[in-house]
Design a protein around this ligand. Structure first.
Ligand code: PMP
Length: 360
């Protein structure tokens, strides 16, 4: 086995993979695989319901919020959010703090007036203080990305909006800490980082946000339609949802999101500590207070590509894979999602220290 530090699709708990393997050809004595079952049959519908129930329980989602399971990934939601929510006033605010919120903002321009609440910086390394944000009181919502997967910028606060609904992309830090769902109009997250394989997106939306979809909204992207049909209006990715629901069970066995939060803190502090102690050998460009607990980007020796290549090759030889930074920023990126254990992180940390010592 290798240690997979990928940014997503990413490592899944081994325990879950083993369970899935066990049940692959015969689910619960039905004599067939989950993959082969009707999405309208009672066996699958129970899985669907359990997945939503567990999500509600893990994040303490209030009763007046719907949980939807949709396809189209995070990128699908960049558009779905606009088609469902932007029509109310025709405009929406975007706080762009990295690559993914920038993409969401670009997509939003197709559907109405999308406004940046602060100018796009050249490099995404910090979050401007809230008193510099220019909010439009007529916006249908304020959009932001809680954790920028590529840039390693994570919010440590929930923005204040004076009553404007908050829409948040939590794809890459979903279920890694507790959140007060009641502060949000809508939260979405692709499963493929912290809670499952690629193929399903979880949407948590306050009921009163639903019902103003633009006429052009495809039915499969219409929150009202999906909510009314319990997320089985068309064929859902049944196998993926089943695996996600197993990850939710695993989370419950491991102290839920509070357990993950403590672990994420401990893991990320270990690696950032090593970066900080390396006398500039390892550098992370992100403002310390907004450094991501999930995706840790760093450069070696001021961005020495030959040295970074050597680091990656040696890491791979030592069984640590997918540590290459996103092609747009280069360098190294260690993603420490929920399924990465503290021991896994210690292995990486030891390797980083040894690599540094060898180059001193
Ligand atoms: N938002 C964030 C924060 C992401 O990390 C990603 C994908 N890495 C996306 C959105 C886009 O998701 P998808 O590839 O599922 O469309």
């Amino acid at each position: 086995m290798v240690i997979n530090f990928a940014a997503g699709p990413a490592k899944l708990p081994e325990e879950v993979l083993k369970e899935v393997q066990q049940e692959l050809t015969d689910y619960n004595n039905t004599g067939m695989s989950i993959m082969e079952m009707s999405h309208r049959g009672s066996v699958y519908l129970k899985i669907n319901e359990d997945a939503m129930k567990s999500c509600r329980e893990l994040l303490k989602v209030p009763e007046n919020y719907k949980i939807l399971l949709m396809q189209g990934g995070g990128s699908g939601q960049f558009a779905a959010v606009c088609m469902n929510l932007m029509g109310k006033t025709g405009s929406a605010d975007y706080a762009v703090t990295g690559t993914w919120s920038w993409k969401a903002y670009k997509e939003a321009q197709k559907y109405g007036n999308a406004n940046l609440v602060f100018p796009k910086p050249e490099n995404f390394t910090t979050i401007p203080p809230q008193n510099e944000w220019k909010l439009n009181p007529n916006a249908s919502y304020l959009y932001y990305c809680d954790n920028e997967t590529v840039d390693g910028v994570e919010f440590n606060f929930v923005p204040e909006t004076n009553g404007i609904p908050l829409v948040c992309d939590m794809s890459s830090n979903f279920m890694s800490r507790s959140i007060d769902v009641s502060k949000f109009g809508l939260i979405f997250a692709g499963a493929q980082k912290n809670v499952g394989p690629a193929g399903v997106t979880v949407i948590i939306v306050r009921e009163d946000m639903i019902g103003n979809a633009m006429k052009i909204t495809p039915s499969v992207f219409d929150y009202m339609d999906v909510a009314k049909n319990n997320s089985v209006s068309n064929t859902p990715p049944t196998f993926i949802i089943y695996i996600m629901s197993r990850v939710f069970e695993w989370l419950k066995r491991n102290d839920g999101v509070e357990g993950m939060s403590k672990l994420a803190q401990k893991k990320s502090q270990l690696i950032y500590g090593t970066i900080n102690k390396s006398n500039g050998f390892y550098t992370c460009p992100v403002d310390e207070q907004y450094r991501s607990r999930m995706n840790l980007p760093f450069r070696i020796s001021g961005g020495d590509e030959a040295l970074e290549k050597e680091f990656l090759q040696k890491a791979e030889k030592a069984g640590m894979v997918q540590l290459k930074g996103h092609r747009s920023v280069g360098g190294i990126r260690a993603s420490l999602y929920n399924a990465i254990s503290f021991e896994n992180t210690e292995t990486l940390n030891k390797f980083m220290n040894e690599f540094y010592e060898g180059k001193k």
